[in-house]
Unconditional design. Structure first.
Length: 352
């Protein structure tokens, strides 16, 4: 669904960063939050900010826990309908990453009212509504403001059985690491902004970023799945580091096994890299051990910010076949084993 010819507007021209590349750099965020954990925590709060998990989880009773999350950002694409779809998919993903089922959403809308026609803003909102309908949830309200840059996203609530909550900190030594979607969204978006992305590349980017991570709930039901998260603005390395730090283990990553979106390798070699990639490395590169054979381009691929990226699963080796089969049944044919967890102290080791 495209805007009428007379409403063609480059949404990305309004934003200083796009998608999850808008996130505050990990090093800066750590500095901001370092003194933010001193408040009283109720016993019902099962997951808070302690391990930088995907969502908060609050136990309601013996059978239900409430998942609460929010995500919003500036345009990663120019098509308003696609922007809305991507932002909604990204926000809902956090509920799936906790092993839960989304139940409703609230819209967060900030728009430069004096610069964007109301028809364009309406298309952004309708794009988000279409993904919520696919997830089976209503947008039950929200909040709107007049802002300098276009911002859209959701607050999403979900439910999960307290015993099925999948934190990002419960990986075990010997676990295999499985990635549900290929990476490279940031590189494709950088090429798009410079008008170097062809129609096929754009189509693969949209297909990847609007695919709901629905396998999360079923993964939480599988024996042997120990930890779940999703890969977003801090890149594959950043979110794998969160798994490693939370579990007080090291992760070993096999570069050759990581699935990439079509054209990403070529575009990265041509220099289509986001600024967020370098900021990510600056924030956590000290906890990454790269083999000598890892190239600068490969390093940038690993830190490339993903918008609406894939689920990252840490599971017992005996569960790998079931996990991959589940992903395949849900249409995630690129899911792959990319490494393993091992004894250590919260670092990632990358081999060729």
């Amino acid at each position: 669904m495209n805007a009428p010819a007379d409403l063609k507007i480059k949404l990305t021209s309004f934003s200083h960063g796009g998608g999850c590349g808008c996130k505050i750099a990990p090093g800066v965020l750590a500095e901001i939050l370092k003194n933010s954990s001193g408040f009283p925590v109720p016993k019902e709060l099962m997951v808070g900010i302690e391990t930088a998990d995907d969502a908060a989880v609050y136990r309601l009773n013996d059978e239900q826990a409430l998942i609460a999350t929010t995500d919003f950002f500036m345009p990663i694409v120019d098509d308003p309908y696609d922007f809305g779809r991507i932002a909604a998919t990204n926000a809902i993903s956090d509920v799936y990453a906790m092993g839960g089922t989304p139940i409703m959403a609230l819209a967060l809308v900030g728009m430069p009212i004096d610069k964007l026609p109301v028809e364009v803003i309406g298309q952004i909102i309708r794009g988000g509504e279409s993904i919520c309908a696919e997830a089976g949830i209503p947008i039950a309200g929200g909040h709107t403001i007049d802002s300098v840059e276009p911002i859209y996203g959701l607050v999403v609530l979900g439910l999960v059985h307290p015993s099925k909550v999948k934190r990002n900190a419960d990986a075990k030594a010997g676990d295999k690491i499985i990635l549900g979607k290929p990476i490279g969204v940031g590189i494709l978006s950088a090429a798009l902004k410079k008008e170097a992305l062809d129609d096929a590349g754009y189509a693969s980017m949209i297909a990847n970023t609007t695919k709901l991570n629905k396998p999360g709930k079923a993964l939480a039901e599988l024996d042997g799945v120990h930890a779940l998260t999703d890969v977003t603005g801090f890149g594959l390395l950043g979110h794998l580091l969160e798994l490693a730090r939370g579990a007080k283990l090291d992760a070993r990553l096999d570069m050759a096994s990581i699935p990439l979106l079509p054209q990403v390798q070529r575009l990265a070699e041509q220099g289509f890299i986001t600024g967020a990639s370098g900021r990510n490395w600056g924030g956590y590169g000290h906890d990454v051990v790269l083999a000598d054979a890892i190239t600068p381009v490969q390093q940038m691929l690993l830190t490339d910010p993903q918008t609406s990226g894939g689920l990252l699963v840490s599971c017992d080796p005996a569960a790998v076949e079931a996990v991959l089969a589940l992903f395949a049944r849900e249409g995630f044919g690129d899911a792959a084993v990319i490494g393993e967890m091992q004894a250590g102290a919260g670092k990632v080791h990358v081999s060729p």
